[in-house]
Write a protein that binds this ligand. Structure first.
Ligand SMILES: *Cc1c(COP(=O)(O)O)cnc(C)c1O
Length: 362
């Protein structure tokens, strides 16, 4: 008999990252993975380079200095933080710690596709709540919760739609959950949001015993290559994650760069300020060419192509853009076969992609 993985593993549709290459194009412009157009903080780069001197040494396993830097920045307890090789690793740890065969998890339609993979890896049942106007609908999420539910995932702001739910709704979602359900608030884009009724969930994760908030260094801090994320929540949940965490899961250069990045508020502020101006500019330009755009609070926008015009489909637009060296993200796997996600890049790159799209739509 040949070797075979656990039966539910083969049901997993592998994650599809944004492309970064186009055959025959030397330097394509990638606006497909919500990466930081300013790169990384020079201070984080310097700390990373300095860490090269100590590559023979194992990292401090709990990422203590990084947890302390995060704790100081947010005024929270470092003992209630766990760091991961990207927030993705934390999601997978959550799956191992909280989901077993036959358990259930709840996510929203159009949510980040890693949650589904995490559930399937554990043989859990993935329940997907209907979205409303492409945003998370609290009532439909709550209606999916049963005695078997162990995790409810809230992608806020949601990728790839860029929508968010106000903090009052996050609290209503939490209030409607039984105590045995862990609410995971993935706030990967929190730093970009400019809305008074938004909160990343720090306070809720601080006070409730069934809420965990996750954050990443991949977006506003521009450290996606390093794989660095963190979670904050109740001591009992952090304890469970620490029991199953790889002993040295976050590399020493990543820890060092993370500490420096947290200390470089000016870099993060500049990234957020640029996005605040560029997001509406790109949105307006897309709308002016007749595309419907889902209102976004993140560093990306979802542009919907006309459903009654086969020549102007998302697939055709994608081909047109690639032929000119621009890579946006196809989002068919998220329930949007006729849309493209446009990551806010450098101004000149955005202008180039907008010009190519304008030409396509004309
Ligand atoms: C980019 C992103 C993350 C970050 O993942 P990392 O593993 O930290 O790079 C998490 N959640 C969502 C919804 C994202 O889009």
């Amino acid at each position: 008999m040949p070797v075979s993985p656990l039966p539910y593993i083969l049901d997993i549709e592998p994650y599809k990252p944004g492309d970064s290459k186009i055959a025959g194009v030397a330097h394509p412009v990638k606006l497909a993975s919500n990466e930081n157009p300013f790169g990384a903080s020079p201070k984080a780069q310097a700390a990373y380079a300095q860490a090269a001197a100590d590559l023979a040494l194992y990292p401090e396993g709990t990422a203590r200095a990084l947890r302390e830097a995060i704790a100081a920045r947010y005024g929270i307890d470092a003992e209630r933080i766990v760091c991961g090789a990207g927030s993705d690793e934390i999601f997978f740890m959550l799956g191992r710690a909280f989901l077993g065969v036959g358990d259930e998890m709840v996510q929203s339609e159009h949510a980040f596709s890693v949650y589904r993979i995490v559930g399937q890896q554990s043989g859990a049942v993935v329940r997907t709540a209907k979205a409303k106007d492409r945003a998370v609908d609290v009532d439909s999420m709550l209606a999916c919760v049963t005695d078997k539910t162990r995790i409810v995932w809230l992608d806020n702001p949601n990728n790839p739609t860029g929508t968010y739910i106000p903090y009052a709704d996050v609290r209503r979602l939490h209030a409607g959950l039984p105590g045995h359900v862990l609410l995971v608030i993935d706030a990967a884009y929190a730093e970009y949001v400019r809305r008074n009724d938004y909160s990343a969930g720090l306070e809720l994760a601080g006070e409730a015993d069934n809420v965990l908030m996750t954050r990443t260094f991949s977006k506003i801090y521009g450290l996606a290559a390093l794989r660095l994320g963190w979670a904050y929540g109740p001591a009992s949940v952090i304890d469970a994650l620490n029991r199953i965490r790889g002993p040295f899961n976050v590399s020493a250069p990543a820890q060092a760069a993370g500490v420096a990045a947290i200390g470089d508020a000016a870099f993060a502020d500049q990234s957020a300020a640029f996005n605040e101006a560029e997001l509406p500019r790109v949105t307006g330009a897309l709308e002016a060419m007749g595309l419907r755009v889902t209102p976004s609070v993140g560093n990306f926008v979802l542009a919907h192509f006309p459903d009654d015009d086969a020549a102007r489909s998302a697939a055709a637009a994608d081909a047109h853009l690639r032929a000119r060296g621009y890579i946006l993200r196809r989002v068919g796997g998220y329930g949007f076969p006729n849309a493209l996600r446009f990551s806010i890049g450098q101004r000149a790159h955005n202008d180039g992609a907008l010009a190519a799209l304008g030409e396509f739509m004309a």
